[in-house]
Ligand binder design. Sequence first.
Ligand SMILES: [Zn+2]
Length: 467
Amino acid sequence: MSRTVYVVPHCHWDREWYQPHELFRWRLVQMIDELLDYMEKHPEYRCFNLDGQSIVIDDYLDLRPENEGRLRALIESGRIVIGPWWVQPDEFLPSGESHIRSFQKGIRFAERLGGSLRVGHCADQFGHIAQMPQLMKQLGLTSACLWRGVSDAIPGWSFWWEAPDGTRLPVLYLRNSYSSGWRLPKEPEDLLERVHRQERDLADGLPAVLMNGTDHSRMEPHVPAALAAAKDRGYDFKLATLGEYEAAVFVAGIDEVVHHGEMRSPDRSNVLVGVLSARMNIKQRDFEVSGWLEKYAEPLELLNYLHHGPDGTPALRHAWRTLLENSPHDSICGCSVDQTHKEMFPRYDRAEQLARQVAKESMWHIAGRTSVPAPGGLAVFRPLRTPRRCCERTSRKTGRGTPSWSCLTASECRLRSSGRNGARSSSTRRTSRPGRPCATSTSCANSATTTTTSRRWSGSSMAATSR
Ligand SMILES: [Zn+2]
């Protein structure tokens, strides 16, 4: 029986690395311009995988807005494949919540343009966190596609990956990297030699894969002709998307090998361990800014909105977008040229400015609707992730003018509701926010905050252990 060889045209696009972002983006524009022109004229070049991240399309359309219709047509027909990530992040350094946001944003953007890949393509990440299978599965992905970090203990080209909570996800293992079919030979004999190398450790009857591309590579127009020239030599060649290769692996069956937890083995690929501490000021800024956004701005803004405060989500969305631009592996890992990292700090500053301002405005609005016992007091906000019965400490003046601290109960500290039916529903603004509004006018500021955030942060608490 002849083996089917899936040749997957693709590129891996680091947005910034040994060149700063704008220089790589200009190369991206040239690469996609060429790709569109060629694919429209040559239906036999049937597909191209744009690296499992959607932001590269956004980068392109910023400079080439006139080509949106052409791109959309190729994405809708399944010939250009984008998503599910927004960016290709390092998995260990940014917050767990940022991975969820990256997937959500990437999938939404890709679906607006015609459809998203459902394979969790992690081509170049320097190892993988233990919780990634549960993140991917809960976000609707069907498999992970990995290269770096997988140990020699994995014998084949597919396996099951089990997260700490027991979630299992199939893995398509790119055993010989995501560049195994780059510069595909034109001569049939040379092409067959490349295929033979891919067949090692691959059982009879199982599909083989050649990843036709590498970092910042351009399309190779000769590939359809090269595959046609090599046919009837014991192989059935298919130019395919990653999703089509996944379907073939599912039909053949995932190897009955289970890996539990994270993957950081250097057995078969470099995992660049030094990058976890390179340029430590970047890691520190990422921790600070993501903390402001996740732990203060968002919980307080939601609580404020549910009690008739203004909608702060445009600012928060922009802050998230700006922060996510710093999470790609070559950015946050500190392994790029100085100019690349210099450009990261203004992004952190901008995201932090918005997060702090939204948190501050939210506290003003909430405090303005909160009554405290006479003769006045100080409202202290603690946006915790766990419910608390005890409400606040309030500084009260004693008869002699000496401040003292006492703990208010929920019934002593009341949010005044200005709506007809109390707090407003989260669903009036955005259906993606889970949970009911923070209950009744008898809730205190702190307990309402913690109740709300504990519901919203169910995903984050799941991922937070990856930090
Ligand atoms: Zn990369």
